[in-house]
Design a protein around this ligand. Structure first.
Ligand SMILES: [Zn+2]
Length: 92
């Protein structure tokens, strides 16, 4: 099976997680740029947003999408620092 993408590593536009380009996903509608890519975890939120805000006008939903992206991005940062802290606790 061939994918349309090569095997290079790219960064998730929302949580900064590194992934292979072929396992990345389309971020719409959360991010408007088709060239941006998101990881599988973030894609679950993209899919949920797509379903919940189905039929929403891009213009009126854009501020909501932006808030969701900001929450996801900040929450993934919090998660990373919590995991880092837990790892340090275990090592002591
Ligand atoms: Zn991500």
């Amino acid at each position: 099976m061939t994918f349309g993408y090569d095997n290079k590593t790219i960064e998730c536009k929302i949580c900064k997680w590194e992934m292979k380009e072929w396992e990345s996903n389309n971020p719409q509608p959360l991010l408007p740029d088709m060239d941006d890519r998101v990881c599988r975890d973030c894609n679950d939120y993209v899919t949920a947003t797509r379903i919940i805000l189905r039929g929403a006008e891009e213009e009126s939903a854009r501020p909501i999408y932006n808030i969701i992206v900001n929450i996801m991005s900040m929450a993934s940062g919090l998660k990373k620092s919590r995991e880092h802290w837990l790892k340090q606790m275990e090592e002591e």
